[in-house]
Design a protein around this ligand. Structure first.
Ligand SMILES: Nc1ncnc2c1ncn2[C@@H]1O[C@H](COP(=O)(O)OP(=O)(O)OP(=O)(O)O)[C@@H](O)[C@H]1O
Length: 489
């Protein structure tokens, strides 16, 4: 059943009045206009580009309800809270909301003419019969305005964060072919993009595809080399202290920060580590050295995590650096993250790009350090092989499309890690360029000395030679099983 299109919307007015933004960023207007014209839209754009606005604004100016499908509770809850603060009728149904609230939301939906303008749900929730029934009622009343799929790369087995339940989102085009869809992601290779389009049964001939550069020119990418022989803690501490010292000698910066309710003695950042035990020991070490650091991982009590997050977001003293396992910070729109450090090589290229992208969301210069060691590389490869072996029985049982999907996933993960290793080992190319190429971009991104290669290519080669364990040594250690790791946590 066709929707009620054709109304004229003053999107500039809504941008200013509801979202409190002065102007659209490049291409936001085009994406929003396509959405309001009822087109299916695919938007790929850099981290912190402002993708959410592209489905939030149409949802407000248009008729009916927009269903937003999001993989992360933190992402949902955060967006819902900020929109509610702006007076928008927004709701979420997920495991964190009380039953009474859920009942009220469902009552609103069941009437077929919901007051809710945006509803955030998980892909798993979209699989439930009772929810599908409600969607049919809303659709029959011509009130199902559009479906927005955030972090759409989760649909593809070739993507780094594949979630099987995302596949079932193909239900939407099957049941409601006239309801437009929006897919949004920061991290899709050409292959992942194609996969998403096919899975969701979007018509490539009609789809409006917007692919923006993944380039983040204000991020300074640097690889620092390490080996098991040496503890890289002192290197990091020296770097952080130098950053503090630079701030202390710049009084005008202190005034600027004070005007924005930020502290001059705080250089906020995130350190990502693959191991929970590192989170706690590293945070304790930093605290002993006078740096306000807090651990954050899924094994900590909820209250401790909530306290760490709130203190960090509010720039409170003692909460300057969060030492976290992966995924921390997704959906948290903290603008002044001045550095993101990867304590060892992460599991995928996309994960690295996305996590590094939590830095510098205010557009100001920020640093992304990756500590790379060949022993860690071998541990990561070992872990991946073990994980694949663990899934081998299911793999053997599956046939046809299922088997092909499993295979794609294994290959996708291996390729992504290989590409990240190549990024770390490469001393012959700008880091921004390597990232752009990975995501299939043709144009050379700008880099005004914003990477270690552009800054000092000769020094980079020297540091690499000095800092890494030799391949011969690693190969012997590998044969002895030295890099066998049980599991990341
Ligand atoms: N036109 C605009 N003018 C100013 N700020 C904007 C504009 N559009 C979006 N923003 C701001 O940009 C920030 C990033 O937006 P958003 O969280 O949607 O990013 P994203 O593209 O989803 O990034 P990520 O993939 O990293 O989550 C937010 O603080 C948002 O309010």
């Amino acid at each position: 059943m066709p929707g009620k299109r054709g109304a004229r919307h003053d999107i500039d007015f809504t941008l200013r009045r509801v979202f409190r933004k002065h102007e659209f960023r490049p291409l936001q207007r085009e994406v929003i206009t396509a959405a309001l014209n009822g087109e299916d839209v695919f938007l790929q754009a850099a981290t912190s580009f402002g993708k959410s606005l592209c489905f939030q604004l149409p949802a407000i100016v248009d008729y009916g309800i927009t269903i937003v499908i999001s993989p992360l509770l933190a992402l949902m809850n955060n967006q819902v809270a900020s929109m509610r603060a702006a007076g928008i009728k927004v709701a979420t149904i997920n495991s964190t909301i009380p039953p009474s609230v859920k009942t009220t939301i469902l009552e609103d939906l069941r009437c077929g003419h919901p007051l809710t303008r945006l509803l955030y749900v998980t892909p798993e929730y979209c699989e439930l019969d009772h929810f599908r029934k409600i969607l049919r009622v809303i659709h029959s009343q011509r009130e199902l305005s559009r479906i927005a799929i955030d972090e759409a790369h989760c649909i593809s087995e070739w993507g780094h964060d594949f979630r099987p339940s995302f596949k079932s989102l193909s239900f939407f085009k099957r049941e409601f072919p006239d309801v437009p869809m929006m897919c949004l992601t920061a991290t899709a290779t050409a292959r992942v993009r194609e996969d998403i389009i096919t899975t969701l049964a979007l018509d490539p001939a009609k789809l409006k595809l917007f692919t923006m550069t993944t380039s983040r020119p204000n991020l300074h990418y640097e690889v620092r080399f390490k080996s098991d022989e040496e503890d890289h803690y002192s290197d990091f501490l020296a770097w952080l202290r130098a950053a503090h010292a630079r701030r202390a000698t710049n009084p005008s910066r202190a005034d600027q920060l004070a005007a924005r309710n930020q502290r001059a003695d705080n250089v906020p950042g995130i350190i990502y580590t693959l191991f929970r035990r590192d989170c706690e020991s590293l945070a304790a070490r930093l605290r002993a050295d006078g740096i306000g650091a807090k651990p954050y991982h899924a094994g900590l009590p909820h209250t401790e995590r909530a306290d760490a997050l709130a203190g960090w977001v509010e720039n409170r003293e003692g909460y300057d650096v969060i030492v976290a396992t992966t995924a921390f910070g997704m959906g948290i729109d903290k603008e002044n993250v001045r550095f993101v450090v990867h304590w060892q090589i992460p599991k995928s290229f996309e994960g690295f790009y996305q996590e590094a992208g939590r830095a510098g969301r205010d557009g100001k210069a920020s640093v992304c350090l990756l500590y790379y060691g060949r022993e860690d590389r071998d541990r990561a490869a070992n872990m991946m092989a073990r994980d694949n072996a663990r899934r081998e029985p299911a793999f053997r049982e599956s046939v046809g499309a299922g088997a092909a999907a499993q295979q794609a996933q294994v290959m996708g993960r291996a390729k992504s890690l290989q590409a990240l290793v190549a990024y770390c080992e490469n001393t012959a190319e700008c880091r921004h360029e390597t990232i752009a190429k990975y995501f299939g971009e043709q144009a050379k991104p700008p880099c005004e000395w914003a990477c270690d290669w552009c800054k000092d290519a000769v020094g980079l080669v020297r540091r690499k030679e000095k800092g890494l364990a030799s391949e011969e040594w690693c190969s012997t250690q590998r044969e002895m099983g030295a890099y066998a790791v049980d599991e990341y946590d």
